[in-house]
Design a protein. Structure first.
Length: 648
């Protein structure tokens, strides 16, 4: 289930105690059949409701959710609520109702609490889970909880429906009488109504499930959703959190983060000086600081006074751990100690949706990075125009594998907020060209007199291609690396052995990663009736997608661009010759280019493959052309090289 929004805590504390029977709202929700959703989905959402009661100093919420299990062993029947640091969570009740009406009630002991996921979704610290035991098809699982929080921003977002069919989805809020609000509704047309308790309510009936298609946009971009921003009169305390312009959001966060960038502390100054010692240029000094910040252990933490307020840089330095904001603060403090200006940046990871440039608000972000003054005479892919602040280089110190000047895949092409008291603004994070993420391979192959094929390979990875390899080899070490490679080769070419293996650059963020190895393939390809067939893609790995043919409902998203260059040199043994013309395949589309071409040179077949894929969002009507392009790539990669014996 979706989280309950920014807060997940304890609320209208006059709520009734845990009931022995199902509440009326649940009985009403169960009264609606699953309709067309029955039999086609494992879980159907019968009812979801979030009512937000905004006070002058706190926000209270009541959330009700009920789902029906449609198939045995259904996945996705767990109910989940995110709980931010400092928030309270109070279970009103949890229930399981059998098809015959038998009700089982659960108390707070049934609630499990887990860490929020650590995959760059930095907004939450804990998740409360209710997983009813011994469920069967037809069971209804439900809960009601209350929350209370002191939010950083006067705003909240609700998504109607999502990955499961939803029969009824309701969202409402109530403000103090003198407060005002603004709203934005996406992917739907709804009219709000006032209920008897003074809540402004939006409701949707029979929201279909999102289709399950590969390479989709984030669900929040496709589902009906709304965001409400509100605030007190400008004469009232905390009216600075109305956030009706991006400049106000930027100035507010700069004021929160600025005092924590303590660059004149003795420990910060000495650490910065030590990191920069031996650097031949300002860029090298910045890179040394960047690598140090990357090495600080990531741990989701909060100060307590404010979930948006980082810890002071000296404390982060002393602890050697912190969350994304802490790591950014420490990096800025170290840089400023060296005389390098740097600024905080709020970001939204791409899989969490997109920032709406027309609706300013703090809700738009889930991550913190750094904008560093670009060294004079240096031009880097991750550079942006900082306006009055000059050219800046965006850098994420939480990503331990991406070097200074590069942009992690999950940030490319997004919008971020440069925080500054006067020069803050919304900025576009660069979407790097395919050339910035490269896999280049040189493979030489020759037939051994003892049989089999002996190969030598040198593969070089750059940019985000290298970051992926670096992350992988961070967990795969020692002999496991060559064993893994041997297994991969054997899975494609039959029995194989890796005879030497070396990895270079895997320990240094931003450096190219190189793999150099030799291997022996015992029985590559096929040999019949004097013909020997080998695959053109010997030792080829690729990021190219295999897309299913047919109709597409949602846009296709290729998140980042990349380039691949593969050169195979095959020595043709004595007594053999090439039986047909070398492969020659080309294909073009709006998202990329592909070419495979071969030629003979002095008894050797030289086969060159080039693939360039650009980041793109493809509308459903353009899907077929993109699918055909990737089909062409797959056909070219699977082309055969046919040799035949010559007459004695």
């Amino acid at each position: 289930m979706k989280s309950a929004g920014v807060a997940a805590a304890g609320l209208f504390f006059t709520a009734a105690a845990l009931a022995a029977e199902e509440p009326g709202w649940l009985e009403t929700a169960r009264g609606r059949g699953a309709g067309e959703a029955a039999g086609r989905h494992e879980v159907v959402v019968l009812f979801e409701e979030r009512m937000v009661d905004v006070g002058r100093s706190e926000r209270k919420e009541r959330v009700r959710e009920a789902v029906r299990i449609m198939k045995p062993g259904a996945r996705g029947s767990a109910l989940a609520a995110a709980q931010g640091a400092g928030d309270q969570f109070k279970l009103v009740g949890a229930w399981k109702v059998r098809p015959d009406g038998e009700v089982t009630a659960y108390d707070k002991k049934a609630i499990m609490q887990a860490d929020a996921d650590a995959s760059y979704e930095f907004s939450m610290s804990k998740v409360n889970l209710f997983i009813a035991p011994q469920t069967r098809a037809g069971d209804v699982i439900a809960w009601e909880y209350l929350s209370q929080s002191e939010p950083e921003a006067h705003e909240t977002t609700w998504v109607f429906g999502g990955e499961k069919p939803t029969l009824r989805s309701r969202f409402g809020f109530r403000l103090p009488p003198d407060w005002t609000s603004r709203t934005v509704l996406r992917n739907a047309e709804l009219t709000a109504v006032k209920d008897d308790e003074g809540f402004t309510v939006w409701e949707m009936i029979d929201v279909p499930a999102l289709p399950d298609e590969p390479m989709m946009l984030p669900a929040v971009e496709l589902s009906p959703s709304m965001t409400v921003a509100y605030g007190p009169p400008e004469t009232v305390k905390r009216s600075d959190r109305r956030f009706d312009t991006w400049e106000k959001v930027a100035a507010w966060y700069a004021a929160v983060a600025g005092p924590q960038i303590v660059s004149d502390h003795a420990s910060v100054r000495s650490t910065a000086a030590g990191l920069a010692s031996g650097s031949a240029s300002r860029r090298e000094a910045i890179e040394a600081v960047a690598r140090f910040a990357q090495g600080i252990r990531y741990l989701n933490t909060a100060v307590g006074r404010s979930v948006a307020e980082p810890h002071p840089a000296p404390l982060v330095l002393q602890n050697r751990y912190g969350d994304c904001e802490d790591k950014a603060i420490l990096m800025m403090a170290l840089l400023r100690a060296l005389g390098v200006e740097a600024h905080p940046v709020l970001a939204l990871t791409s899989r969490a949706g997109r920032v709406d440039p027309g609706f300013p608000g703090l809700h738009s972000f889930n991550h913190a990075i750094v904008a560093v003054a670009q060294p004079e005479g240096v031009s880097l892919p991750g550079s942006i125009d900082g306006g009055a602040l000059g050219p800046l280089v965006l850098f994420d110190p939480t990503d331990a594998h991406t070097g200074f000047g590069d942009i992690p895949e999950y940030l490319q092409g997004t919008l971020a907020l440069l925080a500054h008291p006067t020069g803050g603004r919304l900025v576009a994070v660069p979407e790097l060209s395919p050339d910035a993420s490269l896999r280049a391979a040189e493979v030489a192959a020759r037939f051994s007199p003892e049989g089999g094929l002996e190969v030598e390979a040198l593969i070089r990875y750059e940019g985000q291609y290298a970051s992926h390899r670096r992350a992988h080899y961070g967990s795969v070490r020692g002999e496991r690396r060559s064993q893994e490679l041997a297994a991969a080769i054997a899975s494609r070419h039959g029995k194989a052995a890796v005879t030497s293996f070396e990895v270079r650059g895997a320990e240094t963020p931003g450096a190219p990663v190189e793999l150099q190895y030799t291997a022996r393939l015992e029985q590559p390809g096929r040999e019949t009736s004097g013909l020997r067939t080998l695959p053109a893609g010997i030792l080829l790995t690729t990021r190219a997608e295999r897309l299913a043919a047919g109709k597409r409902i949602t846009p296709l998203r290729i998140p980042v661009g990349y380039r691949e260059a593969h050169r195979l040199t095959l020595s043709i043994p004595a007594g053999w010759r090439l039986a047909s013309e070398p492969p020659d395949v080309t294909s073009h589309s709006d998202v990329g280019r592909y070419a495979l071409a071969g030629r003979l040179e002095e008894g050797r077949l030289i086969l060159e493959r080039h693939l360039t894929v650009s980041a793109a969002t493809v509308a459903p009507e353009g899907y077929a052309a993109v699918q055909r392009f990737f089909d062409d790539v797959a056909k070219g990669d699977s082309a055969g090289i046919v040799l035949e014996r010559t007459a004695p």
